[in-house]
Design a protein around this ligand. Structure first.
Ligand code: FCB
Length: 479
């Protein structure tokens, strides 16, 4: 039940009873201990150790040392009153000897780490949500083709079954993939993410094999952990054409196809969007889609995870002036936007985060309502939402981050608007619990509600953590 009580100065927006309040992290971004516990390299180890790929030459070797400090970190979560924690499992900890020939032996130390983390969470009254893949593909599989190979999808299904069998007695929700858009296009087309390839045909093949991997993992989790629920997390874009001209509308439709429909359509409806297939026909014939694949991919989902950070403004590029590429995904020569030569992402004015991402919470409401319309009745969770700002610990030992507090307040209000309009949203995970390794940006971008001093590993609650704790305690956001 949702109630809205307006007063002169503030409104109290209450969330449904039982709403999950969480924070999210990802293995490579927080764990560190890259060479411990029997772990072997992932594509992010290789990529981050390649000169020039990461700002400041940062790597995830140590990160937040969460691998050793997870007990303290869970205690922090408990102090904030979090009711859920979304973390990811690092595949190269679970089957470190995997090659295209097979998974190889399961590494008991890897499973033991995640099992202990799950136990610690449960003892603290925090519900674990497990992401099976947050971008750290075992390097040996990349060497055999990575996500351009069907074999990677098959092996991912087998790996998912192992994790679900080990944790499924205690973990109620498994998220197969985090943001396959990033894995495919940033990893294989623009190359700003691992494995750093710039090959459009490879990226589209990766799109399909990631979708297939999701389908195979869904079936695997159902077999190994019948009581658990299965989700997929997508970074859906709120695509806004600059004008209502037909050319801008066409630009928006193509970007929508590549970012939203190429994932939503197969998963929800069992087909690829015809316009995307046609628009990319000069890049690939999509012959990697085999008979039966779409049936596997459209296996019913229990939850759709939505990550939302920033709107996606587009316009038709007239070629009369230099192209603007303010899509928020790095200023690269290779574009992640396949077959979008005449589309540009105009530079935005107005408030931005430290990533340069425009702040507009309307998109949060819009993407949630879109899912509610396209998949009536499907439960939705906001699996990531948050902002980077250049925080510092003040002389008083506190971290004042008013911009993040406002960002969270506005985006929570936007989630509430979607709920009030009937979208079945059951939870919200702030990105992130801790400042961490922000991929190609390294440690320079701070997304945490908890500040991390990377020299000492000291954690300091930011004011946004205190704000979030208050929201959780009241199950209400005040705007
Ligand atoms: C998302 C990623 C997450 C983090 C945030 C800022 O795309 O899933 O790991 O990098 O962006």
């Amino acid at each position: 039940m949702t109630t809205t009580q307006a007063s002169a100065a503030t409104a109290e927006l209450s969330f449904p009873r039982g709403f999950l309040w969480g924070s999210a992290t990802a293995a490579y971004q927080v764990e560190g201990a890259a060479a411990e516990g029997g772990r072997t390299p992932s594509i992010w180890d290789t990529f981050s150790h390649t000169p020039g790929k990461i700002v400041n030459g940062d790597t995830g070797d140590v990160a937040d040392d969460h691998y050793h400090r997870y007990r303290d970190d869970v205690a922090l979560m408990a102090r904030l009153g979090l009711t859920s924690y979304r973390f990811s499992v690092s595949w190269p900890r679970i089957t470190p000897q995997v090659t295209a020939d097979g998974l190889g032996p399961v590494n008991p130390e890897g499973l033991a780490f995640y099992s202990a983390l799950v136990d610690e969470l449960i003892a603290a009254g925090i519900t674990p949500s497990v992401t099976l893949y947050h971008w750290d593909l075992p390097q040996a599989l990349e060497d055999a083709g990575g996500w351009t190979s069907r074999r990677t999808a098959e092996l991912f299904g087998e790996y998912a079954e192992i994790v679900a069998a080990a944790l499924g007695d205690r973990v109620p929700l498994f998220i197969t993939l985090n943001e396959p858009w990033c894995s495919a296009y940033l990893g294989y087309a623009s190359g700003v993410h691992a494995p750093g390839r710039t090959d459009d045909a490879a990226a589209l093949s990766a799109v399909h094999h990631l979708n297939l991997a999701h389908g195979l993992a869904t079936a695997a989790v159902r077999r190994a952990a019948p009581a658990a629920r299965v989700a997929l997390t997508l970074n859906l874009a709120w695509v806004v054409p600059e004008t209502d001209s037909a050319l801008d509308a066409d630009a928006a439709w193509r970007v929508d196809g590549l970012q939203n429909r190429v994932f939503l359509d197969p998963v929800l409806h069992g087909h690829y969007p015809a316009d995307v297939l046609a628009d990319t026909a000069h890049v690939t014939d999509w012959s990697f889609v085999e008979a039966g694949d779409l049936e596997i991919i459209r296996a019913p989902l229990d939850v759709l995870g939505v990550n939302y950070y920033t709107p996606t403004q587009v316009r038709h590029w007239t070629r009369e002036r230099p192209k603007e590429n303010a899509d928020g995904h790095g200023d690269t020569r290779a574009s992640p936007w396949i077959a979008c030569d005449d589309v540009e992402f105009p530079i935005q004015h107005g408030p931005k985060t430290d990533m340069g991402w425009s702040i507009d919470a309307r998109g949060m409401t819009e993407v949630l309502l879109r899912v509610a319309r396209e998949a009536p009745g499907l439960e939705i969770m906001v699996t990531e939402s948050g902002a980077a700002f250049p925080d510092v610990v003040g002389a008083d030992g506190r971290v004042a981050d008013p911009d993040r507090v406002e960002y969270l307040r506005m985006h929570l209000a936007a989630v509430h608007r979607a709920v009030a309009a009937g979208a079945p949203v059951s939870g919200y995970y702030v990105w992130s619990l801790l400042d961490n390794f922000e991929w190609a940006w390294g440690y320079g971008k701070r997304f945490g509600i908890v500040h991390v001093d990377y020299d000492t590993q000291v954690r300091t609650l930011k004011n946004s953590a205190l704000f979030y704790a208050d929201v959780i305690r009241r199950n209400t956001v005040r705007v």
